[in-house]
Design a protein around this ligand. Structure first.
Ligand code: TTP
Ligand code: MG
Length: 275
């Protein structure tokens, strides 16, 4: 499932220089600390090579399952996460969107929607960092459910900006280099992808209802492109590699029916984690 890495220096492989590996941590309010990085205590999160893949991973943690919740903008990911957050033994991680709207007083999300050619790289670089931070943060329950992943940020949003001619080739190349380095050298396990499959029309309707300021400029065509990329990735499987098996849940239904579906799929979701 994962490409073998094996690019570590002998010293890193032996864990000798593990204290040099820094991981940016969120503070309690979920914000990246301004101007600083925190060194994860060596004993708690020593970085070693993963036995099968040769990638960097934290050790000292029992095997935990990671589920990534995927789907178009406003398809209902947060609602689904909120539902499962009431289940014991599941840790829920919502998307770091507040960080994308406010990094040291700047709003890269808003800037990107105003001028994607200029600010797409800025937003997507920061999305990639914050998603990596999410993937690497210590897991506090046997099962983690997280909103999106570093994979969809790249395979869907970066890809969409590039394909639609809104991201210069050089920006795409630099982001791709970063992404490839991260996924080659760092072990980011995902056990299951839950795909909330909604029509672009339904997402557009929900988007207008919730009325997030930055998103008021999003036309239906944008959601159609994102939808197509998701379908190619998770259903047709013709585009980017899949990091995990996929469970598809139709997501056009009203809230009550969606909650019912989540309940019906509860075992599949939890069981699939132990595959
Ligand atoms: P979503 O990840 O779709 O989150 P959401 O809360 O809107 O979805 P849901 O209602 O299903 O919970 O997107 C948040 C915003 O961030 C949206 O405007 C799309 C944008 N975005 C990017 O521009 N680039 C990215 O890489 C990602 C992940 C999101
Ligand atoms: Mg959300």
């Amino acid at each position: 499932m994962w490409a073998a890495g094996g690019r570590l220096s002998p010293m890193l492989a032996a864990g000798v220089v593990s204290s040099c590996v820094r991981v940016v941590r969120c503070n309690r309010r979920g914000k990246l600390p301004a101007g600083s990085v925190t060194l994860i205590p060596r004993r708690a999160h020593r970085v070693t090579q993963h036995g099968n893949t040769g990638k960097l991973e934290r050790n000292g943690e029992a095997k935990k399952s990671v589920i990534c919740l995927e789907g178009n903008i406003a398809c209902g990911k947060t609602t689904c996460l909120n539902y499962f957050s009431e289940t014991s033994n599941i840790e829920v991680l919502t998307e770091p969107i507040s960080q994308w709207r406010n990094v040291r007083g700047h709003n890269p999300l808003g800037l990107m929607y105003q001028d994607p050619e200029r600010w797409g790289i800025t937003l997507q670089t920061y999305v990639q960092l914050t998603m990596l931070d999410r993937h690497l943060s210590p897991i506090s329950a046997p099962v983690r459910m997280m909103e999106r992943s570093i994979f969809s940020a790249k395979y869907i949003f970066v890809e969409n900006l590039f394909r639609s001619g809104k991201m210069p080739e050089v920006d795409f190349a630099v982001l791709s280099e970063w992404f490839d380095w991260i996924t080659t050298n760092i072990y980011l396990p995902v056990d299951l992808i839950v795909y909330l499959q909604a029509t672009p029309e339904k997402c557009h309707e929900r988007l207008k209802q919730r009325s997030r300021e930055e998103e008021k400029v999003i036309p239906l065509e944008y959601l159609e492109s994102i939808h197509q990329l998701y379908e190619d990735w998770l259903i047709k499987r013709t585009s980017s590699p899949l990091p995990a098996p996929v469970l598809v849940i139709p997501a056009d239904h009203d809230l009550n029916e969606m909650l019912h579906q989540y309940e019906e799929n509860r075992d599949k979701i939890l069981h699939a984690c132990y595959l």
